[in-house]
Design a protein around this ligand. Structure first.
Ligand SMILES: Nc1ncnc2c1ncn2[C@@H]1O[C@H](COP(=O)(O)OP(=O)(O)O)[C@@H](O)[C@H]1O
Ligand SMILES: [Mg+2]
Length: 315
């Protein structure tokens, strides 16, 4: 009994857990076996190519897909049904009512979370200040700019001050200044003890801000861990970019064969432009020697540490 009580409390401390979650809209399985445990006061980023199932996973957590999934999703150890107030879901398409002014949109969103109209307005104004959103509440949402709409969408989803914030691609369409502002906002929420789960396709940007990255690939978790661990997992230390002055097929074949043998990955090739991933500095010396041997003339474009988006090309 004691063991079960302990287990219950242990589980209930985890904001979101997903165990063996499988899901398909039709015949094709979109999510294959998703296991995730989150902790309080952390920012998680789910990353993956378009169509990899990021939005689907967030929607399942938020309970906005009516079709059933296999496996378990729990919010503080409970089914979503009992924990609606503990999370806020910022979807990619903000659900404004275009014919109502912003003030009434705020009031109606408040109603969804059983918040009084005054309270909803007060919270919205506070959130607007945090997000530096100066807009006229008498205007209608369609008159706002893209960045303003995104921020208003976030505000409307967080009026109930939830502990868990789930955001689907919140950075899309935001310029540099607004992205920085949103990161600042998100990190501030973390400081206040909130858990944030967001999706993004900008690996390079998120690596500097999040605690954990989850990479989805073909419906499975390809990587889960701290950003700095990703490079290790993929075995890339350096990126070497060259442009050959001429690249005949037979020479290219020889080079490919050599790279395969030496476990050097060719991440990209556009015409005479090639990008290699190297595991050590020695690899570069060897590769340069091989270019000479085969008779390839090359101009080095870049030799540096990789950014995560390049690593991503490999996945
Ligand atoms: N409502 C839906 N009905 C059928 N298939 C869908 C639906 N929504 C998304 N899909 C499919 O599920 C896959 C994953 O989509 P999604 O979760 O939106 O990926 P991501 O957010 O990573 O781009 C895609 O192949 C997409 O076409
Ligand atoms: Mg998506």
């Amino acid at each position: 009994m004691l063991k079960r009580i302990k287990e219950f409390f242990k589980k209930s401390r985890k904001p979101v857990t997903s165990k063996n979650v499988k899901f398909s809209y039709t015949d094709e399985e979109i999510l294959k076996d998703i296991n995730l445990k989150t902790r309080k006061k952390k920012i998680y980023a789910i990353v993956g190519k378009s169509g990899s199932g990021k939005s689907t996973f967030l929607k399942l957590i938020a309970g906005v897909i009516s079709k059933k999934h296999e496996g378990k999703i729990r919010i503080y150890g409970k089914r979503r049904l009992f924990s609606k107030s503990s999370f806020g879901f910022v979807s990619q398409e903000p659900g404004f009512i275009p014919d109502l002014n912003i003030k009434n949109n705020i009031k109606i969103s408040g109603l969804n979370y059983a918040i009084s109209q005054d309270m909803a307005l007060e919270r919205a104004k506070d959130l607007m200040k945090q997000m530096k959103l100066n807009i006229d509440l008498e205007k209608k949402p369609p008159s706002l700019s893209g960045g303003q709409k995104t921020r208003l969408g976030i505000i409307l989803s967080l009026l109930h001050d939830p502990d868990i914030i789930i955001m689907d691609e919140p950075f899309v369409g935001l310029d540099f200044k607004n992205r920085r502002l949103l990161w600042h906002f998100i990190k501030n929420k973390r400081k206040k003890g909130k858990t944030v789960i967001l999706t993004s396709h900008l690996l390079t940007e998120i690596q500097r801000h999040v605690d954990k990255i989850i990479i989805l690939k073909e419906g499975k978790i390809f990587f889960k861990g701290k950003p700095e661990k990703l490079k290790n997992k993929l075995n890339i230390e350096y990126i070497y970019e060259v442009r050959f002055s001429w690249l005949a097929q037979d020479k290219w074949d020889k080079l490919k064969e050599y790279c395969e043998k030496k476990n050097i990955d060719i991440i990209e090739k556009y015409g005479k432009h090639c990008m290699f991933s190297l595991q050590s500095e020695k690899d570069k010396e060897k590769l340069d020697k091989k270019f000479d041997e085969i008779g390839l003339k090359d101009n080095m474009i870049n030799y540096r540490e990789p950014n995560l988006d390049e690593i991503f090309l490999k996945t």
